[in-house]
Design a protein around this ligand. Structure first.
Ligand code: HEM
Length: 369
């Protein structure tokens, strides 16, 4: 998609698409300004079901209250304290395929790692890991064939898995209410916003959001990073010689192949963007994947620079909704990549494998086989 963004950024950086009733915005400067101004560009969606509202779809002041609360569970200290635990989960997953000389990166590492980490952060005991791996496999599954039946079959399976997941968390919430532990669900149970406790529905909604917002994205970051190592094999040796480069390598992967390509908002009043008149109520899509390659912001944007500095990519968003899980996603992907580089001589695509992109304009990643 990237050459297309480059073209659009030049030819029509702010354009209205009649068929989707949507504005698409491609320049760094405009994207940055939209994300920076939640008063003019709202995150609230017209949801038929109010219960599906999450922190992602709130505006201030409600957003600020909720965010202050969940920030407590995602402090840099808590996240960096998970380092050795994440490393041991990663090593276990790699041990399981160590003798084979080949692995299905998505299935064997990139899907289970973030799922297990979030599940345990929420308070799922390690003995239930396999259960979560099963659910996560179902949730990322695509239809086996390109037919309506296959599609509905997968949708039904996913629906069932989500229901089971919800029941599972509902049980954990009940248990932690009686006997709190040192986990995220217990923290959410004890939390108050202006003297009011969160409802069970809100706690479940937030837990599901973490699974939804955190898993597929981190999976795709890990696969995109390994994809880059197969496209630019010389980087493997650089990382092996200098593991300290892993952090800036991951940042550059985020800029170059962002797991989430675009972020949506709604204009709260008539407003001008890049010389175009946007009307109150119009949907505005900010293409961060394009902004990340804007030559007015990045030197030589089409070149992958393992030690790029500064690297103000927008792949985690910007402003008040800046990704809550960014420190966790960074840590997990750094650990996964370091472990692979340490343990594997030469990382390349298996002879019979092909990179099949995920078919979505908003997600950038590689499909599971
Ligand atoms: C918000 C990307 C991993 C939880 C966001 C946003 C982006 C993003 C672009 C901003 C959305 C907006 O402005 O409307 C990513 C990427 C990830 C990742 C690319 C991985 C590479 C995670 C993880 C978690 C997480 C691991 C949780 C453990 C959230 C939450 C929000 C959010 C809760 C909403 C924050 C708010 O509205 O204040 N993420 N994310 N994300 N992310 Fe992530």
């Amino acid at each position: 998609p990237f050459p297309v963004y480059n073209l659009l950024r030049r030819l029509s950086p702010v354009r209205y698409d009649e068929s989707r009733s949507t504005w698409d915005v491609f320049r760094y400067e405009d994207v940055h300004r939209i994300l920076k101004d939640p008063a003019a560009f709202s995150s609230v969606r017209m949801l038929s079901d109010k219960d599906r509202e999450t922190i992602l779809t709130m505006d201030p002041p409600r957003h600020s209250q909720m965010r202050a609360l969940v920030n407590k569970a995602f402090t840099p200290k808590i996240i960096s304290g998970m380092d050795s635990h994440i490393r041991s989960i990663t090593m276990d997953l790699l041990d399981a395929v160590a003798d084979k000389g080949a692995m299905d990166l998505v299935h064997d590492l990139a899907v289970p790692l973030p799922v297990i980490v979030i599940a345990e952060l929420l308070g799922v005991p390690p003995k239930d890991r396999d259960l979560f791996k099963e659910w996560s496999d179902i949730l990322v599954k695509g239809p086996e064939e390109n037919t309506d039946e296959a599609f509905y079959q997968v949708m039904a399976e996913k629906g069932q898995a989500i229901e089971q997941l919800n029941d599972y968390f509902a049980r954990i919430v009940d248990e932690r209410r009686v006997q709190p532990r040192d986990d995220l669900i217990s923290l959410l149970l004890s939390a108050e916003i202006e003297g009011e406790k969160l409802t069970d529905k809100e706690i479940l909604g937030f837990s599901t959001l973490l699974l939804a917002a955190g898993n597929e994205t981190t999976t795709n970051l890990i696969t995109n990073a390994v994809r880059l190592l197969t496209e630019k094999p010389e980087l493997q040796q650089r990382l092996r010689n200098d593991p300290e480069l892993t952090a800036s390598f991951i940042e550059e992967v985020l800029r170059f192949y962002p797991p989430i390509q675009a972020i949506g908002r709604v204009a709260t009043a008539d407003v001008e963007i890049g010389g175009k008149q946007v009307k109150k109520g119009d949907q505005v899509i900010s293409w961060v994947a394009s902004a990340n390659r804007d030559e007015t912001k990045f030197d030589d944007p089409e070149t992958f620079l393992i030690d790029r500095k500064p690297n103000a990519h927008l792949s985690f968003g910007f402003g008040i909704h800046f990704c809550l899980g960014a420190p966790l996603a960074r840590l997990e992907s750094q650990i996964a990549l370091r472990a692979m580089i340490e343990r594997m001589g030469d990382i390349r695509l298996a002879p019979n494998a092909a990179l099949e992109p995920i078919q979505s304009p908003f997600v950038f990643g590689v499909k599971q086989y």
